[in-house]
Design a binder for this molecule. Structure first.
Ligand SMILES: NC(=O)c1ccc[n+]([C@@H]2O[C@H](COP(=O)([O-])OP(=O)(O)OC[C@H]3O[C@@H](n4cnc5c(N)ncnc54)[C@H](O)[C@@H]3O)[C@@H](O)[C@H]2O)c1
Length: 309
């Protein structure tokens, strides 16, 4: 049972992105929703049909942050430069958006007396550490500017929490999939890219031998985990957000092809530089607070295939 009984006002930075739009969907009728997004990678149409106030602007603009933060109880900070590959090309921009941007949002939340901020971190912070499954206490090994900024963000959130300036929680998302994920993006996640190819009956291309494993989690469960930690005062610190089940990329491609009923061929292309071999979460810290996912990877794929977007 949520501890937030009263109607609240929430701010979602990056709310017109893939994950943010599912959080907007989740809070329909439950909260007054403000979205701050500069549409860097997000899309206005992701919010079509949803009741929310959309403000086009940047987390680097302190004046806009003061406007949108007024009266806000709960902040979900999702706005970021989201691509590992782009972060390798643009480390300074990555730090500006992902570190200075987060600090701007933390400071505005503190100034305006918000109750809590939930930060979208990433399993990328684990990097090459070979230990499986990944537990929150293991030594991080970030290998890209993107991963470093997510780890920095967690440390800043911990300072605000420890100093009593603002309650914070960080979720390390594993591989998120679901409706509205962009298959056209140069960095399309495996699920969106495979689904697009399977639907067109085109060859599905797998990097390497397909034996690499990932912990895929449906975006509706990520939205529910964000809301859960936001609404539970005892949920502070860092939490893995995954199902705790690994699936190989080859199995994933086959499951998507079967779910679509497609006859797409599978081909193997050279492995991607820097791709880690295995990544599975230990989500027991989040589960022990009482959060439960709705899907697993198989039912999640079935939901995605059935969804109209
Ligand atoms: N998708 C995943 O598998 C995954 C995994 C780990 C972490 N994350 C994190 O989750 C969050 C959401 O990611 P997503 O997959 O929905 O990506 P996304 O690109 O769809 O969403 C990011 C949003 O942030 C917005 N944005 C970028 N710069 C901004 C700025 N200066 N001011 C305001 N808005 C800005 C973009 O326009 C976009 O709408 C990100 O912080 C990302 O790092 C995602």
């Amino acid at each position: 049972m949520s501890t937030l009984e009263r109607y609240m006002k929430i701010l979602i930075t990056g709310g017109s992105g893939f994950i943010g739009s599912h959080l907007v969907a989740r809070y329909q009728g439950r909260a007054e929703i403000v979205v701050l997004d500069n549409l860097r990678t997000g899309k206005r149409e992701n919010l079509a049909g949803f009741d929310c106030q959309f403000v086009e602007g940047s987390i680097l603009d302190v004046k806009i942050l003061d406007q949108v933060m007024s009266g806000v109880d709960l902040v979900f900070h999702l706005a970021a430069l989201v691509s590992v590959a782009e972060s390798m090309e643009q480390p300074l921009e990555t730090v500006a958006l992902n570190v200075t941007g987060l600090l701007n949002v933390l400071e505005a939340a503190r100034r305006h007396g918000a109750r809590k901020l939930v930060f979208a971190s990433s399993a990328a912070v684990y990097g090459e550490n070979p230990t499986q499954p990944k537990v929150e206490t293991q030594t991080p090994d970030p290998r890209s500017p993107y991963a470093v900024t997510k780890l920095d963000g967690e440390y800043y959130c911990a300072i605000y929490e420890r100093q009593g300036w603002l309650s914070t929680a960080c979720l390390r998302f594993f591989n998120v999939f679901g409706p509205r994920q962009d298959p056209a993006s140069a960095y399309a996640a495996a699920v969106a890219a495979f689904l697009d190819k399977a639907r067109r009956g085109e060859t599905m291309s797998i990097h390497g031998d397909g034996g690499q494993t990932r912990d895929f989690i449906h975006v509706a469960d990520i939205a529910s985990a964000l809301a859960f930690v936001g609404e539970h005062p005892e949920a502070t610190g860092v939490f893995n957000a995954g199902y705790g089940n690994a699936i190989t990329i080859l199995e994933l491609a086959e499951k998507i092809r079967d779910a679509v009923g497609s006859s797409s061929a599978l081909e193997f292309s050279p492995p991607r530089l820097g791709d880690i071999r295995h990544s599975t979460s230990d989500p027991s810290r989040l589960f022990s607070l009482g959060w439960k996912p709705t899907y697993d990877v198989v039912s999640g794929i079935a939901n995605l295939v059935a969804a109209k977007n």
